[in-house]
Design a protein around this ligand. Structure first.
Ligand code: FAD
Length: 505
């Protein structure tokens, strides 16, 4: 049977031709909604044989226009392929590419008591998330999602012009081994259409066993208590704690935290922290963490939206919650992202050491700028480190393994007339933070490039990246040549491409 086709004029067309970020739109000839691997292969074959450029959407959360681009003539929407099951043949958990993260977590946990250590937002799609590496609140304890990737089924358009599904695994060698490896952080939209992921952990456990319960704390930090010195202590101590607890064996490894620094016009910044409640001394580790980062700053109940989250009152004292309930709460309480008019800009930085005094000062100045009045302009720091660092940089395509946190510079707004001001603020902030290295966080002692799942077209633009270090080095470092080899072998015709796709070898 053929997959459904939605063409212009169909009432579903408008919904299917945009994703989360309303800055990007596409006008494809048609959208295809496959429900099986064979239907994906047929859809790719049709697009290739008619010379139409295609793009693939799973969850539609791409930060750039890689899916929803005016040049795209055929859009493959995999949202109907969202099954999660145990694959007896491969002895692995199969997650179809269109599954949203919360669906995957619920089905894996309820069915088998396992999970993957992926991202927070419930509606991110497995298709883009896993191919880009995928990290979340369990990553300091269990590594990246791709550290548990056993295999992928991917529809390729190979050197002979044949469109076909292949299954490649951790045990594959030669070009097949390269194709598996390319899916451990090489990024979506590069090598083919992933139809399903196969997960099994390399060790004795079949897959990650999440904590039974977690302790969760959400603390609002009023901006009127944050002068420059206190702000520097807050962001500085966040870095110092992550530095001290960077090893997989450190007492803080089961703890993960987001420091959300909204522009002052929001009234509050905030801290979210979660720890495995059964980890040794969990309550004390969490208390010490909150004290060392946010002590003395007048923290209280999160009655207002902070970061990407809606209000989360009553968690200023840590609460013990079943892991899945905490995951559902944090993952779905994101009104800003469900706003159908939201527009956004994002930039990222892998960070290997606590920030310098000059960077703390820049962050304070940018976040208190009087000419900015968008409460949803923000800098967010995400915990990294722990078990993420126990995998060597070349073992997966995710080369950045010893960062202690990631920074995400971002802004959300709703009207096109506000685009210029918001883009200017994010660009200015980022350029100033990395002014010593050409305006971008080049791999070096303090920074380690950018996260491919937080793509940023400016990295390819010499007006914004004056470092001389190309975008692909910022994302992949020394892993880029092997990605190009995989590209040359599996997509020599560059069927799968976007502004920052891996170039054929
Ligand atoms: C609100 C929000 C929260 C986020 N939180 C986290 C987080 O906590 N942790 C984290 O690691 N990341 C996070 N991210 C980043 C997220 O991992 C990436 O945006 C990811 O690429 C989104 O995947 P998607 O399928 O939803 O997006 P899409 O827009 O559908 O796809 C993203 C890219 O992957 C390609 N792609 C999609 N499906 C396939 C497929 N089946 N086969 C091949 N290529 C495909 C697309 O062509 C595109 O290039 C977040 C993003 C957002 C918007």
């Amino acid at each position: 049977m053929e997959s459904s086709i939605v063409r212009p004029g169909d009432p579903r067309y408008a919904d299917l031709t945009t994703g989360m970020n309303q800055r990007y739109a596409s006008k494809p000839d048609y959208v295809r909604l496959p429900r099986s691997t064979e239907q994906v292969a047929a859809a790719v074959r049709d697009a290739v044989s008619s010379g139409r450029r295609l793009s693939v959407r799973s969850g539609g959360h791409c930060f750039e226009d890689f899916v929803f681009h005016p040049d795209v003539r055929v859009l493959l929407d995999l949202s109907g392929m969202d099954t999660v099951y145990f694959d007896d043949e491969h002895r692995a958990f199969a997650v179809e590419a269109g599954a949203r993260l919360l669906d995957a977590y619920e089905r894996l946990y309820r069915g088998w008591g396992v999970t993957i250590p992926g991202g927070i937002c419930y509606s991110v799609g497995a298709g883009g998330h896993v191919t880009g590496g995928g990290y979340g609140l369990l990553s300091r304890q269990h590594g990246l999602t791709v550290d548990h990737l056993y295999g992928v089924e991917v529809v390729v358009a190979d050197a002979d012009g044949r469109v076909r599904p292949v299954v490649v695994t951790r045990d594959s060698t030669g070009p097949e081994g390269d194709l598996w490896w390319a899916h451990t952080g090489g990024g979506g939209g590069n090598f083919g259409v992933v139809t399903r992921f196969l997960f099994s952990s390399p060790g004795d456990e079949p897959l990650v066993r999440p904590p039974e319960d977690v302790l969760v704390a959400v603390v609002a930090l009023p901006w009127d208590r944050l002068d420059e010195a206190r702000f520097a202590r807050l962001l500085g101590n966040y870095g110092q704690w992550h530095w001290a607890n960077r090893d997989a064996g450190s007492p803080g490894a089961p703890l993960s935290s987001l420091l959300m620094l909204n522009h002052r016009s929001n009234g509050c910044a905030g801290l979210v922290a979660q720890i495995d409640a059964n980890a040794p001394g969990a309550a004390r580790v969490l208390e010490d963490y909150l004290g060392s980062v946010a002590g003395g700053l007048g923290g209280g109940s999160a009655e207002v939206a902070i970061g990407e989250f809606g209000p989360m009152p009553g968690l200023e004292r840590p609460r013990r919650l079943p892991w899945l309930q905490a995951t559902r709460y944090l993952g779905t309480n994101t009104p800003i992202l469900n706003n159908p008019t939201v527009r956004a800009e994002h930039k990222s930085a892998y960070t290997r050491t606590p920030l310098t005094g000059a960077q703390l000062s820049t962050a304070y100045r940018q976040l208190t700028r009087p000419d900015v009045d968008n409460p949803n302009a923000m800098l967010v720091a995400f915990s990294y480190g722990g078990r993420i660092g126990s995998v060597a940089p070349a073992d997966t395509a995710c080369a950045q393994r010893d960062s202690i946190f990631k920074l995400l510079y971002q802004s959300f707004w709703t009207g096109a007339e506000q685009d210029a001001a918001n883009l200017a603020w994010v660009r200015d902030f980022y350029r100033e933070m990395y002014s010593g290295t050409g305006g971008v966080p080049v791999p070096g002692d303090r920074t380690d490039g950018c996260y491919v799942n937080y793509p940023d077209a400016d990295l390819s633009d010499p007006a914004y990246n004056t470092s001389g270090v190309p975008w692909h080095t910022l994302y992949y470092k020394d892993n880029y040549p092997r990605l190009r080899r995989a590209k040359a072998a599996w997509d020599p015709g560059n069927v799968f491409r976007h502004a920052q796709s891996v170039r054929p070898g």
